[in-house]
Design a protein around this ligand. Structure first.
Ligand code: NAD
Length: 245
């Protein structure tokens, strides 16, 4: 095993309040593109830029664009938790990981079995009515998987995903929970995030221990603060660690 991976494995073995803070790069090996990575959404030639499709102003006037994008994303075959999601769920079961903080909306940490998750930007499988606030699951609206705009059976208003669109505030309860978990962590693993989206990126500042691991394919503004920087794919690293730790 590579010496950096060995160091990571050793710290994981010695820690019992690990927090994992991840971004879109954690799910690229599951088949979901990130935003800023080499094959990310920002580099795709799209009629409507993704940041517009995912902004609240645009959703309010063009909900169809979001639901068409959602249908396209959900048509991808073989999307499932990868070795990183699975290993984190395993660490939680063993009692050494206290929380997963994620910027992802894809729900893959839940699918892998993680339970203590702070989803900073929500989850696209949870839905709510824009009129009466009634809550739903994506399973209640199979038509949404074909791009049709789901409507509330109670009041007929448009149903939206329970995600934080650009232009919206993060939920204060989720943010406070994530801050508390990170401030209390004895190891912080930050992975698959460019650390440029705020306020999420600023969460790293709440960790003041000496086991800050930054695992990202490309440089981030926080690399110089990390105790260990790893550039290898997060799923590949965790697949190896699952065998070793
Ligand atoms: P980002 O696209 O800005 O950055 C992803 C980073 O991960 C890049 O620096 C890239 O080099 C790196 N990366 C990609 N694959 C990797 C891998 N296998 N191993 C290691 N590093 C890898 O993503 P972000 O920082 O999370 O910010 C984007 C925002 O977009 C987030 O708020 C998130 O909500 C949203 N988003 C979510 C999903 C999802 O739910 N899966 C997908 C795309 C975007």
């Amino acid at each position: 095993m590579d010496s950096q991976w060995r160091q990571l494995a050793q710290w994981i073995g010695q820690s019992n309040r690990i927090v994992f803070f991840g971004g879109a790069g954690v799910s690229t090996e599951s088949g979901i593109p990130d935003f800023r990575g080499a094959k990310g959404f920002f580099h795709q030639d799209r009629e409507i830029p993704i940041e517009r499709v995912l902004s609240i102003d645009f959703f309010e006037t063009h909900p169809q664009a979001y639901w068409e994008w959602f249908a396209q994303e959900n048509a991808r075959e073989g999307v499932a938790p990868n070795a990183a999601h699975r290993f984190l769920a395993e660490l939680e079961k063993r009692g050494s990981l206290s929380a997963v903080v994620t910027q992802n909306i894809d729900g893959l940490h839940q699918s892998a079995g993680s339970e203590r998750i702070f989803e900073l930007h929500g989850n696209w499988s949870r839905l709510l009515c824009t009129g009466c606030g009634r809550r739903f699951s994506i399973a209640d609206f199979e038509e949404a998987r074909t791009g049709a705009v789901p409507r509330c059976p109670s009041c007929a208003c448009v149903v939206r995903p329970d995600i934080v669109f650009y232009g919206e505030m993060l939920g204060s309860g989720v943010l406070e929970g994530a801050v508390r978990a990170i401030a209390d962590a004895d190891m912080l693993i930050v992975a698959g995030t460019s650390l440029v989206v705020y306020p999420a990126a600023g969460l790293v500042d709440y960790y003041d221990g000496d086991r800050l691991v930054l695992m990202n394919a490309t440089p981030t503004p926080y690399d110089s603060r990390a105790n260990l920087v790893i550039r290898d794919p997060v799923g590949k690293v965790f697949a190896e660690l699952a065998r070793a730790v």
